[in-house]
Write a protein that binds this ligand. Structure first.
Ligand code: NAD
Ligand code: 6OD
Length: 496
């Protein structure tokens, strides 16, 4: 029965989550616990795929490449993807509850962003794959009869999809949908922290009639576990990975032997630039959102906020007031943000709060953990925090923290703002707040990142290129870019 505090029951209470291999649900004696970051309770146990189960999954995916899936036309494949989207919507409450149980994120966020985007990803790539044309070049030949070149798009093969825990369903489907739309088969590994929504996805993909072996799901950890076995598997043709930059490096090394195609969406240390001519309230609300959304656990979050000096004190005062006003709580409470993903991650973020003090930063708000006096004290909650006064080469300004925290600093000129924003090893996203259109274009073009928002943040059109430069990634996903990564173009030259 639903209680007021948990209106959507967790779909896997006290169950062992299976892997899905070749259309079969597989449970073995090798398991790990799925722990709630809200109160530390064990939500479920999860089957950890060892190397032999990963091998079975990859082999099944390989066989499926030559089975009925390969004989489907693009419209037939896309129709199946649309049915996946519909099924996600029909089972919406289950997906929402699975996602918030694993992550502790707010009901409002999961129901307005994470789960709807999962369905939208399937629809978007069904549409894009259907609309895709191919190249055709007529050429002259010595005999005057000419030749016609045209390209066809073939699947790459077995694709490994490896997802992180921060937006688990959004990011898993962001890669699975285009991979399937292009006719590949998939072995997917969600984060060990967030196995539930991917398990529901596996059910839904089976329910709509995608043939066995086309989508396989393996649960487990990264190093010395499922992830490592998957990325090193010689029959995996391509890896689409989202996660930390250091993990990306490790995966690159594993993938090198069999020269796999790689698409990496990695970490960020994103800057927000707030000019004095910005719409103050819009910039304030947008920056607060870009720092604290999802408890700061979005790769696109602003961890460095640079504000033009004439409005610096006023802006920082207002941002600090907003941070102080944020309500922390569980998914079903009147809360603005939930906990971090785990106690281990909280220790890491708290380490940076301590480091900020050591590095002589001034903590304007937060800097610790809240005390609720109830079961939430066993969770992974942490205070939203704003720091000022750090040197630009401080570790807290240079390293990705991935929590509800930013450093604020003033700037005096446009050139200085651009230089500060670009002075990082990362290059994922930037937010520019100004009402001067010429400045907006000028500054945006100079950002060394893959994505710039002007006067907004995390506003997404799924057809646009998404990805980062420097340590933030390799390649672009989104729209035609995803279709290109998940396809092998082949040229056919016909002599006329
Ligand atoms: P992570 O790198 O620790 O883990 C991501 C996934 O990789 C998990 O499924 C994990 O089990 C797996 N993994 C870990 N080591 C592996 C290995 N050696 N071989 C194969 N798989 C391995 O990342 P996380 O902590 O889950 O996520 C947070 C990070 O992800 C942050 O750095 C964040 O910036 C980044 N991120 C980037 C984007 C983007 O689009 N650029 C989006 C979301 C998150
Ligand atoms: O919106 C997307 O498509 C996307 N890949 C978002 C990534 C967010 C990072 O945490």
């Amino acid at each position: 029965m639903r209680t007021p505090s948990e209106p959507y029951p967790y779909p896997f209470t006290a169950q062992q989550l299976p892997c899905l291999v070749d259309g079969e649900l597989v449970r073995t004696g090798r398991t790990f616990a799925n722990v709630s970051p809200v109160n530390g309770a064990v939500l479920s146990t999860v089957t950890e795929a060892d190397a032999s189960l990963v091998d079975r999954a990859v082999e099944a995916a390989r066989r499926a490449l030559r089975g009925p899936w390969a004989r489907l036309s693009t419209p037939e494949r896309c129709a199946l993807l649309r049915r996946v989207a519909e099924r996600i919507e029909q089972r919406f409450d289950e997906f929402v509850s699975a996602e918030i149980a694993d992550t502790g994120k707010t009901l409002a966020q999961a129901s307005s962003l994470d789960i709807p985007r999962g369905a939208a990803n399937f629809r978007a790539y069904a549409d894009l794959a259907l609309a895709r044309g191919s190249e055709c070049f007529e050429m002259g030949t010595a005999d005057g009869r000419g030749a016609l070149n045209y390209s066809v798009h073939k699947p790459v093969g077995v694709v490994a999809v490896i997802a992180p825990w921060n937006l688990p369903f959004l990011l898993m489907t962001w890669k699975v949908a285009p991979a399937l739309a292009c006719g590949n088969t998939v072995v997917a590994k969600p984060s060990e922290e967030t196995p539930s929504s991917a398990t529901l996805l596996a059910q839904v993909i089976e329910e709509v009639g995608v043939p066995p072996g086309v989508f396989n799901l393996v649960h487990g950890f990264g190093p010395r576990s499922t992830g490592e076995a998957l990325v090193g598997h010689p029959q995996v043709a391509a890896i689409a990975f989202t996660g930390e930059s250091a993990t990306g490096s490790a995966i690159m090394r594993s993938a090198a032997d069999s020269v796999k195609a790689l698409s990496f969406e990695l970490g960020g240390k994103n800057a927000a630039l707030v000019f004095a001519d910005a719409d103050f309230e819009a910039a304030l609300a947008g920056t607060a959102r870009s720092v604290f959304s999802n408890c700061g656990q979005v790769c696109l979050c602003s961890e460095r906020v640079y504000v033009e000096r004439p409005i610096f004190e006023r802006f920082v005062g207002a941002l600090t007031a907003r941070a102080r006003a944020l309500r922390l709580g569980g998914p079903y409470e009147e809360a603005d943000i939930g906990p971090l993903i785990s106690r281990a991650h909280r220790d890491k973020v708290l380490g940076y709060y301590a480091l900020a003090r050591e590095e002589r930063g001034e903590i304007l708000c937060g800097g610790g953990i809240p005390a609720f006096g109830d079961e939430r004290d066993r969770g992974a909650f942490i205070e939203p925090t704003i720091v000022r006064g750090l040197a630009e080469d401080a570790r807290c300004v240079k390293e990705e923290i991935f929590g509800p925290v930013c450093h604020v600093a003033p700037f005096d000129t446009e050139e200085e703002a651009v230089a500060l924003a670009n002075d990082t090893r990362y290059g994922l996203a930037a937010a520019v707040w100004t009402q001067n259109l010429q400045r907006a274009h000028r500054v945006a073009r100079q950002m060394e990142v893959g994505i710039v928002w002007v006067n907004d943040w995390f506003l997404r059109d799924l057809r646009t290129p998404f990805g980062g430069v420097k340590l933030s990634g390799i390649g672009r996903e989104g729209g035609a870019h995803s279709l290109a990564f998940f396809s092998e173009p082949m040229n056919i030259c016909v002599k006329l």
